[in-house]
Design a protein around this ligand. Sequence first.
Ligand code: AMP
Ligand code: GLY
Length: 426
Amino acid sequence: MDVLVVGGGGREHAIIMKLSQSPKIGKLYCTPGNGGISRFAECFDIKATDIDGVVELAKKLSVDMVVVAPDDPLVLGMVDVLNANGIKTFGPNKAAAEIEGSKVFSKQLMKKYKIPTAEYEVFSDAKEAIEYIKRKNSYPAVIKADGLALGKGVVIAKDFDEAQSAVNSIMEDKIFGASGNRIVIEEFLTGPEVSVLSFCDGKTVVPMVSSMDHKRALDNDEGLNTGGMGTIAPNPYYTEEIAKECMEKIFLPTVAAMNSDGRPFKGCLYFGLMITPNGPKVIEYNCRFGDPETQVVLPLLKTDLLEIFEAVYEERLSEIKIEWKDESAACVVMASGGYPQKYSTGFEISGLDEKGQVDGAFVYHAGTKFSQGKFLTSGGRVLGVTSTGKSLEKALESAYKALGAIAFEGMHYRKDIGQRALKECK
Ligand code: AMP
Ligand code: GLY
């Protein structure tokens, strides 16, 4: 099978490296891809959000399947248009992708079907929202833009001033455009966070190995929020007992809810969970593989990923057995100096072989370019260095060891990925 993957980050690199191991794979293509991906798949310069461009490319290449990985093309309905053109896909259609595309929709879905989540109110008027915050007088206040906002649409405000300015910048200044026409204000929850990605064919849901992201830029969870500075899998806080509770109270009810709503979900459904003192609750849904969660989950998958993608498309997920390695994985992200704020690009990356790899790790490229035989930095998050091992300690040790061979000007990375989990879950 010839497959085209849409997207161009570490997540897409991880999907492509896994697909490249499938005995069934023919040609692998990616658009727009990146420097590292270009060593495993032929890349094109059509943007991930260019629906007509991607459909045309898929037809020109006569691919057998298109995997749509990022949130924005899914929410825009790329899968619907591909399917209408007779092209097989992996990823939810527009109606199902709304579970991530609109926080108002997902909160109302959870309320209607009694899926545990934070209490909330919806506002379409900034003044009313600010009045409500004043009346509640409870901080931190959690304020969320309704639509997609490049992962920046959530503000945890520690006092009234911060809350007011968040509401104004989202609803009045429209820093996220139309995504801020409505907001959700919700109860602040506490507890360890768990990401559970799942394969879902509209009827059956199969959770993957659990994982844990590290969103803050600096060690000890300090500094600004980022797209994710590292991940571990499995997540040590996610015990078998909690997994069972999540299956009964969250995963199965969500799939059933989407069906009852006439939006069967086919693709990767991501459950962002918090294990609160009152049990696991949904913080957010994503309609796609997480980044950088995918970078630690897929290396632990034993089953052929392409076979799973086909089973999801053909709605026969219940007929296949999905198996995982009894190991751990750790991914450490190497970022450009200054990220998540202003940073420069174009620095040469040393230590990588001609495939963009190093011994003992999978090096997933997020922001790189391949030019005249060299890898150059081209984004904020540059590389995700991932290793697997018999234990989390071993996986971390080899990821950091592999990372030590790589360098570029200004690079920074967290030195404590997985450490808190190791300490607290002994
Ligand atoms: P999201 O963009 O939805 O992933 O949210 C970003 C982060 O904000 C989450 O990973 C949580 O750490 C935090 N967060 C979101 N909602 C809540 C909440 N209700 N209570 C506490 N923290 C939250
Ligand atoms: N790592 C969180 C996300 O993919 O949204």
